[in-house]
Write a protein that binds this ligand. Structure first.
Ligand SMILES: NC(=O)c1ccc[n+]([C@@H]2O[C@H](COP(=O)([O-])OP(=O)(O)OC[C@H]3O[C@@H](n4cnc5c(N)ncnc54)[C@H](O)[C@@H]3O)[C@@H](O)[C@H]2O)c1
Length: 336
């Protein structure tokens, strides 16, 4: 099956492309390379363009009329940057996504899989969230995801689109075959920072937030191997029509699915797992939470099991091992 991946030169989109290739499918990549990497498009069908470039999107579908589904990963994703530059984030993630979805509908391209985020959820007692849990996106970035879910649902009701919004929890690791991985040179999130400290690029790991009402006071998250995440997309496109049939929300051919492991892991537990895999203790400094931090959440993953026939299989230790391995090979693959 041919599948268009917007943002296919990014961390997650490129991993989905690898998983599609390994599964005997053909990914077609559309990426402006605003943050993504040309190196990740090597030997792949690639269109370098913006998702709002209507002429290029039309050209892609005229050259590949057999594309059966579109996975929309393209977005700007850095939370603090979204606070500083909300205009850019709403323009790139909302306005351009709307234009892209409208054109897909005009072209008769019905099947859309949308990269949403667990960042849309409010913090709930016990920290486990189902797809029906209350939403409270706190940053402009997470509000773009929240908005696009609503837009997509309305477009599905009105314009003949069918869509699955996948709410990703916290992706870790890299393609186990090391074709692609996290490309950000100076990562700001947990595992990226730990790898930087382990590889001697940073002197100390700042563990921010130690007074949350969790079992050890540190934040709680649901770390999912990016390869497991990619496999869920393969299921989503392969089973697309039956997922929509079983998951329809109200009258819309639209459904939301959590992609997580179903297990909450605290930051302190994650650091310990990291040290076990790495084989050494890391210098850790305990710090107050950063502005906008929350205690966190983890997924109830029952709907993904029911509709996609998918569950995460790889333990966090494998995600950590693959991230460390990628940290070492990254600079031989990416030429900054
Ligand atoms: N990484 C995470 O922790 C995480 C968590 C939840 C959800 N997500 C979502 O997953 C998706 C992929 O994230 P990622 O981590 O791979 O990020 P990424 O930055 O690695 O990939 C995004 C890609 O989109 C491309 N892009 C951005 N705007 C574009 C545009 N207007 N036209 C064409 N291409 C454009 C970039 O060049 C990049 O290659 C995003 O939608 C993100 O919101 C990511």
């Amino acid at each position: 099956m041919k599948v268009l991946i917007s943002g296919g030169a990014g961390y997650i989109g490129s991993t989905i492309a690898s998983a599609l290739l390994d599964g005997g499918h053909t990914p077609i990549l559309l990426d402006s390379l605003v943050t993504g990497r040309r190196e990740f498009t090597k030997n792949r069908i690639f269109y370098e363009a913006d998702i709002a470039d209507r002429a290029m999107v039309r050209q892609i579908f005229s050259e590949h009329p057999d594309i059966e589904a579109t996975i929309h990963c393209a977005a700007l994703i850095v939370v603090p940057e979204s606070v500083a530059k909300p205009y850019e984030y709403y323009k790139e993630n909302v306005v351009k996504s709307m234009e892209f979805f409208k054109l897909l509908a005009e072209l008769g391209q019905k099947r859309v899989v949308f990269s949403s985020s667990a960042a849309v959820y409010d913090v709930v007692p016990g920290f486990m969230v189902t797809e029906e849990s209350p939403l409270r996106p706190l940053s402009p970035y997470s509000r773009t995801k929240y908005m696009m879910e609503m837009v997509l649902k309305d477009f599905c009701s009105a314009y003949g689109l069918n869509a699955i919004a996948l709410r990703y929890f916290n992706p870790i690791g890299a393609d186990p075959k090391m074709r692609t991985g996290l490309h950000i040179r100076y990562p700001s999130h947990l595992i990226g920072k730990l790898v930087e400290v382990a590889l001697g690029r940073e002197p100390v790991f700042n563990l921010t937030g130690i007074d949350w009402p969790t079992r050890d006071g540190s934040g709680i998250r649901d770390y999912i191997h990016v390869w497991d995440l990619a496999q869920a997309h393969i299921k989503a496109v392969e089973r697309f029509d039956s997922v929509i049939e079983q998951g329809r929300e109200e009258d819309a051919p639209y459904t939301v699915i959590n992609l997580g492991t179903g297990k909450g892991v605290t930051v302190k537990e994650f650091v310990m797992a990291f040290e076990d895999v790495y084989g050494q203790k890391l210098p850790v400094s305990l710090q107050p939470p950063r502005p906008g931090d929350v205690a966190g959440s983890y997924a109830n993953a029952d709907k993904a099991a029911r509709l996609l026939g998918w569950k995460a299989e790889l333990p966090i230790e494998q995600g950590i091992a693959d991230a460390l391995k990628w940290g070492k090979v990254r600079d031989t693959i990416i030429h900054y």
